[in-house]
Design a protein around this ligand. Structure first.
Ligand code: ADQ
Length: 470
């Protein structure tokens, strides 16, 4: 079995993969440890051109090499802050209204992909398989192919793939899909995302799609599949239980004075539906006065990408909404919304989830949403909380025990909260069992292993076959 090469925009450090990191870093690292290999990507640092060109920096941990490079200010602005996060991210989350397109940023995006690929080539061995992650790196395989690399290369998209009409808003949409067709295997979070890609191929690229997901387009042939990312539910359950009587949980309990607790945890991102969520909670207090003073929403939302203008705006909007709602319904001893802009240790989050009666997860669009899965896994099976989940989270396709809501329907969300707050124990337990069974059937290991098995089974190219497997 050849080594595994993982490429992602950011590389978790060896320490992160062992401790507080989210499931993804742990899952990917597990595969790397098994096969041996390299995890390659951006270090997260902005550096001078000399330092950037001197990379990659190598750090060894057992059979895994962590290889990282810094980005220059220009590369960071064009590739990361620009095309990745001000064009691709909003459009792929159906927010054309706040997306921008700048030709020089797109050129920078392609240039950085080509530069990163060039850096990686030197670390490759002939029978390595290469797994590229996410929207920052769409042109990566094309860049590797143009350097003569014939290894198997797979790509997993962590975010939604938009319907063709939406994708057309990005002027070089065809080049992007052509770049995707240079992979041997394309993985999506849900069947809806895979279908959207197929629709683009048949309607806009004069390509064909067979029943087993094989796509032929741009003179290339590739495989597509659905690989739903998951968590390790039993590990989370164990962690949540182990930390349930720690100081932070006891303090929270004491401060709630018997009030019900609704928990929400997200990166501070406009795709997560935070403003709509606050308004639905406000509506609960407005329409059901018996809950005033008796239920608290804890929203944990650490800022991300804060140098992208649209992220500054969502932060201001939320601060305004939290202040307005708290001003309206607070008492001397009661604050309805506790809004915290902080990163928390994973184990702390899981134990807080276990303390709560509702997990309120309402993105407007989300590839999967691991918080929804973590919330379920962290519950006490003897007295589980209820997951109230947006139909626009990828996780909604699996978690049929959740109370599903449309985040654009404030009254519907308010009614769902009321229902969840009053749900009897036996109904909560039934829903929890259904959700846990779904998490166990499709855990993080299944996601990782099925993607890698499919990638390893792709026929090997002969040199000269740069384009796509035949
Ligand atoms: P994200 O948009 O980051 O991921 P999500 O799937 O919910 O969304 O993952 C967030 C992770 O960060 C979770 O593991 C969560 O516990 C952790 N986290 C969030 N807030 C935190 C905080 N305050 N402190 C500590 N940890 C925190 C992208 C896509 C998703 C897709 C994932 C994985 O947008 O749709 O599910 O990748 O593919």
């Amino acid at each position: 079995m050849g080594r595994l090469i993982v490429v992602s925009n950011r590389v978790a450090t060896p320490t992160e993969t062992k401790g507080s990191a989210g499931g993804l870093a742990v899952g990917v690292f597990g595969a790397l440890k098994d096969a041996g290999g390299v995890w390659f990507g951006w270090s997260g640092d902005v550096v001078s051109e000399t330092v950037a060109n001197a990379g990659p920096m190598l750090e060894q941990d057992g059979a895994v090499t962590f290889a990282t490079v810094g980005l220059t200010r220009k590369d960071y602005d064009q590739y990361y802050r620009g095309f990745s996060n001000a064009t691709l991210w909003p459009v792929f989350h159906y927010r054309n209204d706040i997306a921008r397109y700048e030709r020089d940023e797109y050129a920078g995006y392609r240039r950085v992909n080509a530069w990163l690929a060039h850096k990686l080539v030197k670390l490759l061995e002939p029978d390595d398989i290469i797994w590229i992650h996410d929207y920052h790196l769409i042109p990566f395989a094309e860049a590797l192919r143009s350097e003569g690399v014939t290894n198997r290369i797979g790509f997993f998209l962590h975010i939604p793939f938009p319907a063709p009409q939406i994708l057309l808003n990005i002027p070089p949409h065809e080049e992007l899909v052509k770049s995707l067709s240079c992979y041997d295997l394309l993985g999506f979070q849900t069947a809806t995302d895979q279908q959207a890609f197929h629709d683009y191929v048949t309607r806009h690229a004069r390509g064909t799609v067979s029943a087993d997901g094989i796509v032929e387009a741009f003179g290339r042939k590739l495989r597509t599949g659905v690989y739903r990312i998951g968590v390790f539910p039993d590990e989370i359950a164990e962690q949540a239980k182990r930390y349930e009587s720690r100081q932070h949980v006891l303090e929270l309990k004491q401060s709630l004075e018997g009030r019900k607790l609704i928990m929400s945890v997200d990166r501070l991102d406009y795709s997560k539906g935070l403003v709509e969520r606050f308004r639905a909670f406000e509506l609960l207090l407005e329409r059901a006065p018996e809950w005033r003073g008796n239920v608290t929403l804890v929203q944990i939302a650490p800022p991300t990408r804060s140098d992208v203008a649209t992220y500054q705006k969502i932060r201001q909007d939320l601060e305004y909404e939290a202040g307005r709602i708290n001003g309206r319904y607070s008492g001397l001893d009661y604050t309805p919304i506790r809004y915290l802009n902080q990163q928390y240790d994973r184990w702390k989050l899981m134990s807080l989830f276990r303390e709560s009666q509702i997990g309120f997860v309402t993105p407007l669009h989300d590839g999967m949403n691991l918080v929804a899965k973590e919330y379920v896994a962290a519950q006490n099976p003897d007295d589980p909380g209820v997951l109230v989940l947006s139909i626009f989270a990828g996780a909604a396709a699996e978690l049929s025990g959740a109370v599903l809501v449309n985040p654009h329907d404030a009254i519907g969300m308010c009614e769902a909260l009321q229902r969840a707050l009053q749900m009897p124990l036996d109904a909560r337990q039934r829903r929890h069992e259904i959700n846990m069974a779904a998490l166990r059937e499709n855990d993080l290991g299944v996601w990782r292993d099925s993607f890698l098995r499919d990638l390893r089974s792709v026929p090997v190219r002969r040199s000269g076959e740069g384009g796509g497997h035949q």
